[in-house]
Design a protein around this ligand. Structure first.
Ligand SMILES: Cc1cc2nc3c(=O)[nH]c(=O)nc-3n(C[C@H](O)[C@H](O)[C@H](O)COP(=O)(O)O)c2cc1C
Ligand code: SF4
Length: 678
């Protein structure tokens, strides 16, 4: 047996967990009609097959009708959920993993205009900034009703074959009772710590009565809100001890911080550029103070840190949650001594930011995650070995190369630059986005192991490509910054990429005009402001940087606000003209009736990219399919069979930004779904 601390079993009451790695509760927003159907089950089972000890399904499955999900969560208050849960738990148990589910009542962390349009409830009238509802202050009958709802939901989960349930107590109703900041009740549920914890214990008591002793109960709670006047470290340790001493629960799952604002949420679940494992020592303090089974997750992305967490006795079970969204087979790879092959989570938080915008959680660089029913995590070998030539070694080209090589094909990649990475290499120029380069590094190391040939510093023209006698040619040449957006004066502007790459020196008084709304605009603004320039970011949209999304915006705001950046929304840059060594920017608005001017020494435009597609069009006439993609075959996962030109000698495809400006995930998904069937 291995002596790796991560691979030692852990006895949690009657439940033997096969190793020390868990996936903590996270709602990927895959439910259909509030039920864990095919997509949900396939996603969950893939991680169980990959070797994880315990998968904590759902995030915040709703126990009551007045806790309507704000994104797509499971509805644990419905009886019809039981058979769906049973299908999932049976499939997970077959793999040898344990499975539990997190239940919650969101309290004020939701909206009244969702679900059944019931009033939002909380132990005070204070609104939560993130979801904006002004809550009704709970009455006695609300409290009784919700305690019963928790017990009913837990009973359903037991009937569905779950090994246990975990209650969510950070930012949700249970800790809205516990925190002095959100509890203004009189009587038995307000005031002293004993009273503020009463609701939590009443809920656990009611659940325990229903489910008996042979069912795991745990709580995921904040043991330090990090907010003035809130639950502090000392009170958090006291809460931890009381939870243990209640005898009602079997483990503690510790988090630190608060989630009522985007900034708070981002400190609790840190993203790229933030410290690794920032709350691990604190979780260790809770474990030391309670001597009770302790779980914890927060940016423990790599195996070495996870191993340290266990070996140093900080926690009993270590969560690697986003790490498993990126690579579901971490444990298997540890067991096979293939840690180098683990696809790294780069903390891009595309997954989490998307759910807050109503989307499904997808991983920025694993397009199979959440698409397990159609996209493979392990690529099958092709029956016929082909020669595949790829032009461009950005994320799309490298994914196409990796997948084609996994299929067993001979793969040659041409790249004009001396390094792989394309736009990712540029974006990784920002210190905070440096982790992004692992998207490229991981693919390069996989490609090298698989024998892919790379020709860097090579400008591939049509003759270079056709000389290869390929069966399949994939154009992944990406795009060039598109700055021609003005009616006059386009020659006076530079692109966001010019600034980020260092090709153009930052100005001292700069207008950043950003209607693409992605990272490049904010990155350029930050480069300029850090170099001492005065920056105004302007967009015709209602909000700036909409593609960056909530948690990714937090570090930018922390930096840009301190650098005194101005943010101007709803104004459109129309034209520019030279005036001495200055530029006059003429500004209007889509709403009409305004005309303003700014005098600056630099205008930076971020308007996405325009496809670099000359080579594709040169190669098109010589191809069998004349570049056509059958969308039906692509979507249904079949090989491409379009034949439009009997004289053609190769199939020709283009992917990523060489087709149209999109994002990294789209580029990688283009590549995976095409190449997996070549
Ligand atoms: C898409 C997504 C949804 C999440 N939803 C929940 C949730 O509903 N409840 C919860 O306790 N944590 C939730 N989390 C937080 C994770 O459980 C975990 O604490 C967090 O991702 C930090 O751990 P990691 O760095 O290992 O990913 C969510 C995380 C993600 C990525
Ligand atoms: S999107 Fe980013 S943070 Fe989320 S799982 Fe993928 S790599 Fe990790």
């Amino acid at each position: 047996m291995s002596n790796d601390p991560l691979l030692q079993p852990f006895q949690l009451k009657h439940l033997t967990l096969r190793n020390r790695i868990i996936v903590t509760s996270h709602e990927p927003a895959y439910p259909e009609d509030g039920m864990p159907k095919g997509r949900y089950r396939a996603y969950t089972v893939e991680r169980a097959r990959g070797g994880v000890a315990l998968t904590m399904t759902a995030g915040s499955a709703a126990v009551s009708k007045d806790s309507p999900p704000v994104f797509n969560n499971l509805l644990a208050y419905k009886d019809e959920i039981v058979p769906w849960i049973r299908e999932m738990t049976d499939a997970v148990h077959e793999t040898g993993a344990a499975i539990m589910i997190q239940l919650t009542h969101l309290g004020r962390r939701t909206r009244w205009d969702k679900g059944d349009w019931l009033p939002v409830v909380a132990p005070s009238h204070h609104r939560e900034a993130a979801h904006r509802a002004f809550p009704k202050k709970l009455e006695d009958w609300d409290i009784e009703r919700i305690i019963k709802d928790f017990a009913d939901a837990a009973e359903r989960m037991k009937a569905g074959g779950m090994d246990g349930v975990e209650l969510e107590a950070y930012g949700h109703l249970i800790d809205q009772f516990t925190s002095p900041l959100t509890n203004e009740l009189d009587g038995p549920y307000g005031g002293s710590l004993e009273n503020r914890m009463r609701f939590c214990f009443d809920v656990f008591r009611a659940i325990r009565k229903r489910v008996g002793d042979d069912f795991i109960l745990g709580v995921r709670y904040t043991a330090d809100e990090c907010l003035p006047g809130g639950t502090d470290r000392a009170e958090g340790i006291e809460i931890s001890k009381r939870l243990k001493e209640s005898g009602l629960i079997d483990y503690l799952n510790v988090v630190r911080g608060h989630i009522d604002t985007d900034a708070g949420l981002t400190d609790l679940i840190p993203i790229q550029g933030m410290a690794s494992a920032p709350h691990l020592d604190f979780a260790g303090e809770v474990r030391a103070a309670t001597n009770f089974p302790t779980f914890h997750a927060a940016k423990i992305q790599d195996v070495a840190t996870a191993r340290h967490a266990i070996a140093a006795g900080k926690v009993d079970m270590v969560g690697m949650t986003r790490a498993h969204m990126t690579d579901p087979h971490i444990v298997r790879k540890i067991m096979e001594k293939r840690e180098d092959d683990i696809r790294p989570c780069v903390g891009a938080n595309y997954c989490l930011d998307r759910i807050y915008q109503g989307g499904l959680a997808f991983c920025i660089h694993n397009a199979a995650t959440g698409r397990e029913e159609t996209m493979p995590h392990q690529i099958a070998k092709a029956e016929v070995r082909k020669k595949v030539v790829i032009v461009g070694a950005g994320p799309a080209g490298l994914e196409a190369a990796r997948v084609s090589a996994e299929r067993g094909h001979e793969v040659v990649v041409f790249e004009a630059a001396n390094n792989p990475g394309g736009q990712i290499r540029l974006t990784a120029q920002s210190e905070r986005r440096r982790e992004m380069i692992s998207i490229i590094d991981w693919r390069m190391s996989q490609c090298e192991k698989l024998g892919v040939t790379f020709r860097f510093n090579t400008w591939a023209d049509a003759a270079t490509v056709t000389a290869e006698n390929a069966d399949v040619v994939i154009i992944a040449t990406g795009g060039l910054p598109h700055t021609e957006v003005l009616s006059k004066g386009n020659e006076l502007v530079v692109s966001a990429w010019d600034i980020i790459s260092g090709d153009v020196k930052p100005g001292t008084n700069v207008l950043v005009y950003d209607d693409a709304g992605d990272h490049a605009g904010l990155q350029a603004a930050e480069f300029i402001a850090r170099a001492g320039g005065k920056v105004e970011i302007m967009t015709p949209d209602r909000a700036f940087a909409p593609e960056v999304m909530a948690m990714n915006l937090v570090p930018y705001m922390r930096s840009l606000q301190k650098l005194d950046t101005t943010f101007t929304v709803t104004y459109r840059l129309e034209s520019a003209e030279k005036s001495g060594n200055q530029i006059i920017a003429h500004i209007g608005s889509d709403y009409g009736g305004v005309s303003k001017q700014r005098t600056v020494d630099q205008i930076v435009v971020n308007h996405g990219t325009i496809p670099l597609d000359d080579l594709y069009f040169e190669l098109k006439p010589g191809s069998k399919n004349l570049g056509e993609v059958s969308y039906d075959e692509l979507i249904s996962g079949e090989p491409q069979t379009v034949e439009r030109n009997p004289e053609g000698t190769y199939q020709l495809f283009r992917i990523g930004d060489a087709v149209a400006a999109r994002n990294t995930h789209a580029a990688i998904y283009d590549a995976l779904r095409l190449a997996k069937d070549i």
